[in-house]
Design a protein around this ligand. Structure first.
Ligand code: AMP
Ligand code: FE
Ligand code: FE
Ligand code: ZN
Length: 286
C-alpha cells in the first residue's frame, strides 16, 4: 500500500486539475491520495468524478480533505483535515472567511509588489489562480512570468513573499485549537501539517503542539520534504510522548514545487487508524 495524505490541485495552489492529480496518483503507483487544497473543498467533486471514471482494474482511493490556514502567537501554521462533512455549516463558514480574505490580501500583496518595482497585475494573478483559492504561490508565478525571480521558490525570500517579507501581507487565519474543534465537530480528523518547516518561517512550540493534542489533534505530519532528519526524529519523539500518530506525505503542488507525488508516504496502519476516527465523509473509491 502506498499512501500519500497531502496533495494540492488547482483548486488552490497546485498546478494539476483534480482529474490530472488522480491520473498522476495512479501513475505514481499510489493506492491512496488525499486532496488537501488550502481552505477549500472545491476540487472534491471533480476528483470523485475522475476516480469513478478510472478504467477497470485501476484502483485508487481519494481521501477528501483540506489544509486550513491557522495562526497562533503570530506564527502561521497549517492544519490538515480529512473526511469531515463539507456541509457542516460552522466549519464551512470558517473556510469561506479565509478564502474571502485571500482576495483582499492578494490584491494588497500585488499592490505592494508594484510599489517595489515588480510589474505584475491583479488580473494576471487572477488568470494564474483561475477558480482556485488565491495564495502567494500564484503571485510567485506572476513574479516569475514578469522576470522578477527565476522560480516560485525564489519568490519566498525576505525581498518578496516570505513571511514578514517586504511584500507579505497577512490574511485571516484561524486559531488552531478552535480549528481542531471545528474539524472534529464536522466529523473530520485533524493532522498538523509540516510542524517543523523552519524554512517557511517560525514554527510553533512543543507546548502549542501539546495544547493541540489535548484539543483532539490526531497526528503530526513528520515525513515531509521541509523536515531534515533531526527534525523528524524530534517530532517522532514528541508524537510518541503526546500519543499522536505520525504521517508522511509529499505536499505535492504539481509544477509549483519540485517534490514528487508519493515521495513521502504514510504507514497503512496509521491510515487505518485515521479512517477509524472519521465520521464526516467516506473515502472516494472506484
Ligand atoms: P498562502 O497560503 O497564500 O499564505 O501561501 C502559503 C503557501 O506558499 C504554502 O502553502 C506553500 O505552498 C507556499 N510556500 C510557503 N513557503 C514557501 C517556500 N519557502 N518556498 C516555496 N513555497 C512556499
Ligand atoms: Fe500551498
Ligand atoms: Fe502547508
Ligand atoms: Zn500543503
Amino acid at each position: 500500500m502506498r499512501i500519500d495524505l497531502h496533495a494540492h490541485s488547482n483548486a488552490s495552489d497546485g498546478t494539476d486539475t483534480p482529474a490530472e492529480l488522480v491520473a498522476a496518483a495512479v501513475a505514481a503507483g499510489l493506492d491512496v491520495v488525499a486532496l488537501t487544497d488550502h481552505d477549500t473543498v472545491s476540487g472534491h467533486a471533480d476528483a470523485a468524478e475522475a476516480v469513478h471514471a478510472l478504467p477497470e482494474g485501476t484502483r485508487l482511493t481519494v481521501v477528501p480533505g483540506a489544509e486550513l490556514s491557522c495562526v497562533v502567537d503570530g506564527i502561521s501554521m497549517h492544519l490538515l483535515a480529512y473526511l469531515f462533512d463539507p456541509e457542516e455549516p460552522e466549519f464551512a463558514r470558517e473556510r469561506e472567511l479565509v478564502r474571502t480574505d485571500r482576495f483582499r490580501r492578494g490584491r494588497a500583496i500585488v499592490e505592494r509588489c508594484r510599489e517595489l518595482g515588480a510589474e505584475i497585475s491583479w488580473e494576471q494573478v487572477r488568470r494564474i489562480a483561475g477558480a482556485g483559492s488565491v495564495g502567494r504561490p500564484h503571485i510567485a508565478s506572476a513574479l516569475v512570468e514578469a522576470g522578477v525571480v527565476a522560480t516560485v521558490s525564489d519568490a519566498f525570500t525576505a525581498d518578496w513573499l516570505a513571511n514578514g517579507g517586504r511584500a507579505d501581507v497577512r490574511k485571516h487565519e484561524t486559531d488552531p485549537v478552535e480549528a481542531v474543534r471545528l474539524v472534529r465537530a464536522a466529523g473530520g480528523v485533524p493532522v498538523f501539517a509540516h510542524p517543523g518547516a523552519v524554512k517557511r518561517g517560525l514554527t510553533v512550540s512543543d507546548q502549542v503542539i501539546a495544547d493541540l493534542a489535548a484539543a483532539g489533534l490526531a497526528a503530526l505530519e513528520v515525513d515531509h520534504t521541509d523536515h531534515d532528519e533531526e527534525t523528524r526524529a524530534r517530532l517522532r519523539g514528541l508524537a510518541g510522548e503526546l500519543g499522536l500518530l505520525v504521517t508522511g506525505s509529499s505536499d505535492y503542488h504539481g509544477a509549483r514545487k519540485t517534490v514528487r507525488l508519493g515521495e513521502y508516504t504514510t504507514e497503512p496502519a496509521v491510515y487505518e487508524a485515521l479512517l477509524a476516527q472519521a465520521r464526516g465523509a467516506k473515502p472516494i473509491e472506484r
